[in-house]
Design a binder for this molecule. Structure first.
Ligand SMILES: NC(=O)c1ccc[n+]([C@@H]2O[C@H](COP(=O)([O-])OP(=O)(O)OC[C@H]3O[C@@H](n4cnc5c(N)ncnc54)[C@H](OP(=O)(O)O)[C@@H]3O)[C@@H](O)[C@H]2O)c1
Length: 229
């Protein structure tokens, strides 16, 4: 499958490497190929510049967002949540129509310092914003509630724990479940919350996720929903 990953950060790199290992043809999207490859500084989270990672991942293509998305069978949105809509606008409806987009971005707003707030929030979400702006794109929100490494290696955390999924198109959700299975997520650990309005709940887990990260001093944890049936 031809998979496009929008985003050159830790999440984009991690998902890209895993899908490449699984045998898919991968293109990563960025704003400007040259400046991304010339960047010298670590990102805001202390991750090495993209070119360091790219040295060991040369078979993965790097293109501007629109070119990267053009040929894709499946797209992952791994961009900064405050920039996701602008990135998708730069790709355009014509390219996006009919495609599946796995949205794992969080609309974290750091403009007022730490801890970040969410925008949009409560009665709206980034997942819904994207779906509303691009009605013929099949948006599936998933994987945004955990650390990047865990997304593609669920066994990094011991025992059973869950990944959420939501979206309006059942066929798209089935495809995304297959991708999650290929990452190691067992069927019974994938919780389908329903339509895309459930992205509100998934995104609003971020404030508690960030506090747990601070309390534990590690990102190797996840949510586990315990139930009787
Ligand atoms: N880090 C995690 O473990 C984790 C876990 C769950 C969810 N998430 C979510 O996943 C997403 C990606 O996170 P990340 O840490 O990998 O990377 P990030 O630093 O949040 O985002 C990097 C990407 O966003 C693009 N970007 C940033 N500002 C932009 C702007 N003004 N206009 C257009 N594009 C812009 C960058 O483009 P360039 O390539 O051009 O620089 C880059 O591709 C975020 O929404 C985050 O909340 C992260």
């Amino acid at each position: 499958m031809k998979v496009t990953i929008l985003g050159t950060g830790l999440v984009g790199r991690t998902i890209a490497a895993k899908l490449f290992e699984l045998g898919h043809e991968i293109t990563i999207g960025t704003r400007n190929v040259e400046s991304t490859l010339n960047r010298e500084d670590k990102d805001g989270y202390g991750n090495p510049p993209f070119k360091e990672w790219y040295k060991d991942n040369q078979e993965i293509k790097l293109q501007v967002f629109k070119v990267a998305a053009d040929q894709a069978d499946l797209i992952f949105n791994c961009t900064n949540g405050q920039a996701s809509l602008a990135v998708l606008e730069s790709i355009g409806e014509e390219t996006l129509n009919g495609k599946i987009l796995i949205d794992l971005a969080n609309p974290l707003d750091f403009s007022n310092g730490m801890p970040p707030t969410l925008s949009p929030v409560n009665t709206y979400s980034l997942g819904e914003q994207i779906q509303e702006r691009f009605p013929n794109l099949k948006v599936v929100k998933s994987l945004n509630t955990m650390n990047a490494y865990l997304m593609v290696s669920p066994t990094l955390v011991k025992g059973d724990h869950n990944v959420f999924i939501c979206g309006n198109d059942d066929g798209a959700k089935s495809r995304v479940k297959e991708v999650l299975n290929s990452f190691g997520w067992r069927e019974d650990l994938i919780i389908d919350l329903g339509d895309i309005s459930n992205a509100r709940g998934a995104e609003m887990l971020l404030p508690i996720w960030l506090r747990l990260w601070g309390a534990f001093g590690t990102a190797e944890f996840n949510f586990h929903i315990q139930r009787n049936h």
